[in-house]
Ligand binder design. Structure first.
Ligand code: UDP
Ligand code: MG
Length: 136
């Protein structure tokens, strides 16, 4: 069943620093994911903590929030058929070492911390995360 969805993608600081926006957007286009909106910004540690609050009890939380706020990021609203799970597949596993061939994380991820991209994992997180960055 076809279901046109919207999802949030973030190009994390390690990938922005390496100017990977064009390469990542080519992968999105090839997979029929349309970039509806995008903007480059830097968030504070407090904003990162709010964004990633589902992970607040995890041992990596503090490092994750420091990292996401450490430099510019590019946030994108993507649309397409089954965009949420499709983009998760295109990103690959959280740990780039375990990511499938030709996924964004396998191609560009440096480590489990610096894994280049974020993608919403469900309809409810996509809604929350799009509101967080685009107020829509
Ligand atoms: N993360 C980490 N260490 C871990 C697990 C996760 O540094 O052991 C970071 C990693 O950058 C990941 C983010 O925390 O992208 C959020 O974790 P999640 O489990 O939600 O992974 P994702 O949804 O990004 O694949
Ligand atoms: Mg996640």
């Amino acid at each position: 069943m076809s279901d046109i969805e919207r999802t949030l993608s973030i190009i994390k600081p390690d990938a922005v620093e390496r100017n990977l926006f064009e390469k990542i957007s080519d992968i999105l286009k090839k997979n029929n994911l349309k970039i509806e909106k995008n903007k480059k910004l830097q968030i504070s540690k407090e904003e990162a903590a709010e964004f990633y609050k589902e992970h607040q009890s995890k041992p990596f939380y503090e490092r994750l929030c420091n990292y996401l706020s450490s430099g510019p990021i590019v946030v994108m609203e993507l649309s397409g058929e089954n965009a949420i799970s499709k983009y998760r597949d295109i990103m690959g596993a959280t740990d780039p070492k375990k990511a499938e061939n030709n996924t964004i994380r396998q191609l560009y991820g440096i480590s489990i911390d610096k894994n280049s991209v974020h993608g919403s994992d469900s309809k409810s997180s996509a809604k929350r995360e799009l509101e967080f960055f685009f107020n829509n």
